[in-house]
Write a protein that binds this ligand. Structure first.
Ligand code: GDP
Length: 284
């Protein structure tokens, strides 16, 4: 599951200030990420590896319940992934088109990842945060009642496509379920589905519909916990343990490691970029 190209684990790198220093000066590291690397160690850990922050509050024998280190890239790999997400002349990151039906979806043969979640879960904020290194990209949001919800396609250079799926909710119309279901079932180049769950409220009834779809079609999917800045450490820990237990006991296709993120503090965003780059074959 971890890209073969992934090198040093997080822990080892944190023990080597000289490596961090070299990395922050290296040409292969973007200016923005070089700044990140200059943060104090605790802050850096919290920003890059938020799940490890949660781990600190667990009794040692509970820690193996949390699959914290399955995807454990070094800051070097995270820096490489940030480059993939950085818009340049040679790496155009653009909105491509929108579609209401799968047969209107653009024929893109690159690997694809999609984001699904309940309305208000923080999906557009997360996608904007992922694309913050490509400020020209406009993440379109159609939230007005009565407006057709669409799938929005974004291309990230020659690397992969990101699809922003319409948000679902208890008032999701049937044609919306058909659209998402058909996409998930038929999209051949779909490499990973990112299912967003609000860390404040945990998995809701409507989330189960999306989880069941992913399970039924045997899709590899990942649970992303949004808005982690809104919870106390204790509340976040409780949610993480509950959701982790659910993933371990009730799902087959869900990646065992959770990805907590905040679009406000940017915690977990770099790690998520790195995971996307990895599952689309861009860190090999
Ligand atoms: P969407 O409907 O899933 O696209 O959700 P939005 O991205 O529009 O977010 C819904 C609400 O949650 C907005 O008021 C956002 O400002 C807020 N929000 C989104 N992400 C975060 C986050 O990481 N932290 C906090 N505190 N608020 C967030």
């Amino acid at each position: 599951m971890v890209a073969p190209g992934l090198r040093l684990g997080a822990e080892r790198l944190f023990e080597m200030p000289a490596v961090l220093e070299r990395l922050s000066r290296s040409n292969s590291t973007s200016q923005a990420f070089a700044e990140v690397l200059r943060l104090p160690k605790q802050q850096l850990r919290k920003l890059l590896y938020p799940l490890q922050e949660v781990e600190r509050f667990l009794a040692p024998d509970r820690r193996q319940d949390l699959h914290l280190r399955i995807f454990d890239p070094s800051p070097e790999d995270i820096a490489r992934a940030d480059k993939v997400f950085t818009a340049t002349e040679g790496n155009r990151i653009d909105y491509v088109s929108s579609a209401v039906r799968i047969d209107h979806a653009p024929d893109l043969f690159r690997p694809e990842v999609c984001f699904i979640g309940r309305s208000n879960v923080g999906k557009s904020s997360l996608i904007k945060a992922l694309f913050s290194l490509a400020p020209e990209v406009e993440v379109r949001v159609s939230k007005k009642p009565g407006h057709t919800k669409k799938m929005n396609f974004f291309k990230v250079g020659k690397h992969f496509t990101v699809v922003d799926m319409p948000g679902y909710g208890y008032r999701a119309p049937e044609d919306f379920v058909d659209m998402v279901e058909t996409y998930l079932k038929e999209r051949r180049n779909l490499k990973r589905t990112f299912l967003l769950v609000d860390s404040v409220v945990g998995i809701q009834k409507t989330d189960n519909i999306a989880i069941e779809m992913c399970e039924e079609f045997a899709l590899p999917y990942v649970i992303v916990l949004t808005k982690i800045d809104k919870s106390s450490k204790g509340h976040l820990l409780k949610q993480v343990l509950q959701i982790q237990k659910f993933v371990n006991t009730k799902t087959q296709g869900c990646f065992p490691q959770l990805f907590p993120v905040s679009a406000v503090t940017f915690s977990g965003i770099h790690l998520l970029r790195c995971f996307i780059a990895s599952v689309t074959g861009n860190l090999d």
